[in-house]
Design a protein around this ligand. Sequence first.
Ligand SMILES: [Zn+2]
Length: 85
Amino acid sequence: MTNQEAITSLKMLKLFTGYDAKSQITLTLHISIDMAIEALEKATPKKPTFSDNNYQCSSCGWEYLDDITLQKHCEHCGQCLKWEE
Ligand SMILES: [Zn+2]
């Protein structure tokens, strides 16, 4: 299973469990699902964007990514980086 497939499954699980603001169990489950989705998205490599002579993190916009060492993660948000296709 890929990260994207897991994200899709978690989003479906969230829909199936519905949302009841009065239910602490549902609220806790939804917060947990959101945290898992965010962690999976950060672990899925994203290509940096290039503008103003800097490589920027495509998740948070941090603009000091090092294209010489091809750093593996954004030091600001933890996003996994993909430098080549
Ligand atoms: Zn970032």
